[in-house]
Design a protein around this ligand. Structure first.
Ligand code: CDP
Length: 211
């Protein structure tokens, strides 16, 4: 039986994780957050003092990686790692490496028959033939407010205007990069996540009823 795939793309702090978790629980699909992979790689580069402006250095370091953790962790959710992740995400070499990790994750997983995968290019590039594609839209100011609260709640120091600035900068980087920029996949359903989550859930339930 062909494995089912739902993709969720959208800008920083648009609520992709919350939506993914909702769908994965409801349909008993496995959730994969591709952002974690970019963050984990950024974390490895930071620890290994990789010069992220030097593609050869990046390639050498990726080729040295023996095992790669998909684990969520507080230390990869900092603003420093968010910014670094979006800097290394511009390289095609990095993207191809992470795309393969995602495909292997789906292929090698014997237990699950369905997957919900979120990121920036999942429906447009990584899993182009997904069964359902979602694109989450939320105003930058609302996203910044939510991310600010998340960081404060997790004990990080945070300043709202700074978060808004960084989110806008990351949006720009993600949308304007040459390789796999953030776009609305042409066959995607738009999910409006500006309001209360109940409103979002209503939209999602209608869409996933089609699977
Ligand atoms: O959680 P948040 O939306 O802030 O970010 P994330 O999904 O954890 O992704 C961190 C960064 O990784 C993004 O700003 C992107 O630059 C990059 N990324 C990407 O290029 N492609 C993906 N599929 C996922 C993340």
């Amino acid at each position: 039986m062909k494995k089912k795939i739902i993709t969720i793309d959208g800008p920083a702090a648009s609520g992709k994780e919350k939506i993914s978790k909702y769908i994965s629980k409801k349909l008993k699909f496995k959730h994969l957050d591709s952002g974690i992979l970019y963050r984990r790689l950024a974390f490895i580069f930071l620890n290994n003092k990789v010069d992220i402006n030097n593609l050869n250095h990046i390639k050498e370091n990726i080729n040295k990686i023996k095992s790669f953790s998909f684990q969520k962790s507080k230390k990869i959710r900092t603003q420093e790692i968010s910014n670094l992740a979006s800097k290394i995400a511009v390289y095609n070499f990095v993207r191809l490496y992470i795309n393969k990790l995602q495909h292997d994750f789906v292929t090698k997983n014997k237990y699950f028959q369905g997957f919900v995968i979120d990121g920036r290019d999942i429906g447009s590039v990584v899993f182009k033939s997904a069964d359902i594609k979602l694109y989450v839209k939320v105003k930058a100011e609302i996203r910044a407010k939510r991310r600010y609260k998340q960081l404060i709640d997790s004990g990080e120091k945070s300043i709202y205007p700074q978060i808004l600035k960084e989110i806008k900068l990351r949006d720009k980087k993600d949308k304007l990069r040459k390789h796999s920029p953030l776009v609305i996949p042409k066959d995607a359903y738009i999910v409006d996540n500006n309001g209360k989550f109940n409103f979002t859930i209503k939209q999602i339930n209608k869409i996933i009823a089609k699977i």
